[in-house]
Design a protein around this ligand. Structure first.
Ligand SMILES: [Zn+2]
Length: 439
């Protein structure tokens, strides 16, 4: 029988607000929430004094690299990284090898994560067979296997008829949604970073922010036509946000995510050619970043998603035009948002938590798996305990990801996940868990 855990002395923050509460966990659930709980002699006690207790975080976009690239990172290391970041559920991306375009592959990813027990994983599925973009995959079969997000992420599907066909089918499936890596292939050509001052100075081919518009606008109109739900993956520029606002005004069911790195950094991070900051879509201008921060604060952006993308040092420590695009972030997403968004006053702590718990859970349907809160009696005990004042230095050696391409490495961040619980089991802790029960 699972032991009873009592979490004492913390402040609970979820969609019901902020209040002083103690929690008792048993059999994977929250069984008691009250201002004060006296633990029994056999209870495990977690000291949450000075900490905020939030629903387990939910990440809408993580590349776990398995199947096919387990030497770079894996479902095992990726879900351990998630737990370290306070994440209890995530949506994994389908650009693996083979790509996730068969029901058995969806099941493989979900079941592998489930067996490891560190973080629930809902695999997305490729929109097109082989992620080739020319033929829709078997959407209904992939849905039956558990996929809700249909995307070829890594690349956009450029054939509008394929997107339309996928959307027509998605529109009939409750909870299903379509997402795109919205960069027009012809416009990005072989660009590597944002097209602008830095690409010009470095003499390297850029990817214009404009490349997001043709794919985004087309998809939003197709979503309007078909009634499909649409999710904008990793929005990076002001124009995309303007298109979303326009589409929402026309009644389209569209949601938007932003990555912590687009909130923290601009193209300036690449001014000395450091490929650690190379990603797609690229880090953009300060004006784009300001628009993203504003949209997050005013609710136009629904979620913060990591786009966690592990790469080996060999593929990352190369000149900009050869290095792999992408950065890791599962372990650091909350700390990064607290440090670079909340602390400077761009958005509130409450906004960040909502964008990392309840809102993404609803988008992916992970609320139906018991994620995203609220923290109330009877709910599965999926939660994270955050020391909002703790300052720590990001050292890849101390992160669970096997790869070290974390863009916050070497930086001091304020705010740290000190405990994570998945269905009452502790999946991460920076601290000694057991304390003598109060007599
Ligand atoms: Zn992408």
């Amino acid at each position: 029988m699972q032991r009873t855990t009592v979490i004492r002395g913390g402040i609970v923050l979820d969609q019901r607000g902020r209040r002083r509460s103690e929690l008792r966990l048993a059999d994977g659930h929250i069984v008691e929430v009250s201002e004060s709980i006296d633990p029994g002699v056999n209870d495990d006690v977690v000291d949450a004094r000075g900490c905020i207790i939030v629903p387990g975080l939910v990440d809408l976009q993580a590349h776990l690299r398995e199947p096919g690239h387990g030497h770079i990172d894996s479902i095992e290391t990726g879900t351990a990284a998630a737990a370290q970041g306070g994440i209890t559920a995530l949506v994994s991306m389908p650009n693996t090898s083979p790509c996730i375009d068969e029901p058995d592959l969806v099941r493989f990813v979900n079941e592998r994560a489930n067996a490891l027990g560190r973080c629930d994983v809902m695999s997305s599925a490729a929109m097109s067979v082989g992620r080739c973009g020319d033929r829709p995959s078997d959407i209904e079969a992939l849905y039956a296997a558990g996929a809700r997000l249909f995307t070829d992420d890594g690349t956009a599907v450029m054939d509008a008829a394929v997107v339309r066909s996928v959307m027509e089918r998605v529109a009939t499936l409750p909870g299903a949604y379509v997402g795109q890596h919205a960069e027009d292939e012809a416009l990005i050509a072989d660009g590597h970073i944002n097209e602008g001052l830095i690409s010009e100075r470095l003499g390297i081919r850029g990817r214009p922010a404009l490349a997001e518009a043709p794919v985004g606008a087309r998809d939003l109109l197709l979503a309007e036509l078909t009634g499909a739900r649409y999710h904008v993956l990793h929005a990076s520029c002001a124009t995309t946000l303007e298109l979303v606002a326009w589409s929402r005004a026309r009644g389209v069911d569209v949601t938007v995510e932003v990555t912590p790195q687009h909130l923290s950094y601009t193209e300036e991070a690449l001014s000395d050619g450091d490929a650690l900051f190379k990603m797609n879509p690229p880090l953009r201008t300060a004006a784009d970043q300001a628009a993203l921060r504003c949209a997050l604060a005013d609710g136009a952006i629904d979620a913060i998603a990591t786009d966690h993308a592990p790469h080996s040092d060999e593929r990352k420590e190369l000149p900009l035009d050869q290095a792999a695009p992408g950065m890791t972030g599962l372990e650091t997403s909350l700390a990064a948002a607290l440090t670079d968004v909340v602390e400077p006053g761009f958005a509130s702590f409450e906004t960040i938590i909502a964008a990392m718990t309840g809102q993404p859970a609803r988008i992916a349907g992970l609320d139906q798996w018991g994620h995203g809160g609220p923290l109330k009696p009877g709910a599965p005990a999926n939660l994270a305990i955050v020391d909002a004042g703790e300052v720590w230095t990001v050292d890849p050696a101390g992160l669970a990801s096997r790869s070290s391409n974390n863009p916050y490495r070497g930086r001091q961040l304020r705010g740290r996940v000190v405990h994570t619980f998945l269905r009452g089991s502790q999946t991460w802790s920076t601290r000694e868990r057991l304390e003598p029960a109060r007599s």
